[in-house]
Design a protein around this ligand. Structure first.
Ligand code: PMP
Length: 288
């Protein structure tokens, strides 16, 4: 496989970053996860815009603009002869002397990895997944803002470890007020009393690109929705619950902390929204 590193594509064995890279030393950097269907990256412009927003919030100047990154992502797919692919763009502060000051790094490190997409088993869509509410809380918006998709992912990793230990697919994290925020790599929605609800950005979440699309699709389908505050109790009494992200699309949650949600099967609204996202994808791919 070919990996783009700084200024050229190199074989993956040669795609090596310095031990003085501040991404390695301090988690100082940002990233994006993208998905290509049949050789075309879905919501590419939105991912690149979020990368730019994340970078600017940590005062990191991206070494390539959206046009260049679009070309490089396309080239990463072509070179690796990939059609359905998982891509990751990583930008770290770069290599520099040890010390927190970003000025120690002259040039950011840019890495683009493209991998064949490993589809999730169909059973998780047919049956839904279980999640836990993690003890680990989401970063405070006033600390490391959850809207920055940073390389500093330990908070989410701790929550993911809790999920794994409990045999759950995902962990939901609460904020400092005790409200639900999001999963370790996903946004969360509930459907109750005829209304779709999802935690607002103000609760301390990453503004997911799939989340945004799902809200748009809900509007098109005439499903009322709101961005709000959700408690664990709201979650437990929901008729339906689902997760969204770039790689999993829309994934039904049928158990929270071992307790069944709704009738314990993927709900109708969840399935309609997922079907609608797939239809949107088909339109994007234009029958290619
Ligand atoms: N929240 C977090 C913390 C994430 O890492 C992700 C994955 N990028 C999401 C939500 C979902 O975002 P998206 O729909 O843009 O993949």
């Amino acid at each position: 496989m070919w990996v783009y590193l700084n200024d050229k594509f190199v074989p993956q064995e040669e795609a090596v970053v310095s031990v003085f890279d501040h991404g390695f030393l301090y988690g100082d950097g940002v990233y994006e996860t993208l998905r290509a269907y049949r050789g075309r990256v879905f919501k590419l412009a939105e991912h690149l815009a979020r990368l730019e927003r994340s970078a600017s919030r940590i005062q990191l100047h991206l070494p390539a603009g959206p046009e260049r990154l679009t070309d490089l992502v396309g080239e990463a797919l072509r070179r690796n002869q990939l059609s359905d692919s998982y891509l990751r763009i990583t930008v770290s502060r770069g290599t520099g002397e040890i010390g927190l000051d970003p000025a120690l790094c002259k040039t950011p490190t840019l890495v683009i990895i493209a991998r064949p997409f490993q589809p999730y088993p169909e059973s998780i869509y047919a049956e839904g997944v279980s999640v836990i509410v993690a003890r680990t809380r989401r970063n405070l918006p006033e600390a490391l803002p959850p809207q920055v998709k940073s390389l500093n992912f330990l908070n989410n990793i701790l929550a993911k470890m809790e999920a794994k230990a409990a045999g759950a697919h995902e962990a939901l994290m609460l904020n400092h007020r005790g409200d639900i925020t999001e999963g370790t790599t996903s946004n969360v929605f509930v459907f109750q009393e005829g209304r779709l609800q999802t935690p607002s950005v103000e609760c301390g979440i990453l503004d997911g690109i799939t989340r945004e699309l799902v809200l748009q699709l809900a509007s098109e389908l005439g499903i009322p929705w709101e961005e709000t505050r959700l408690t664990i109790e709201d979650l437990m009494r929901a008729e339906e619950c689902f997760l969204t992200n770039t790689t999993q699309e829309v994934l039904s949650v049928t158990r929270v902390d071992g307790q069944m949600i709704g009738d314990g099967r993927p709900g109708g609204i969840t399935r309609r929204l997922h079907a609608s996202l797939r239809a949107c994808l088909d339109r994007f791919l234009g029958g290619t």
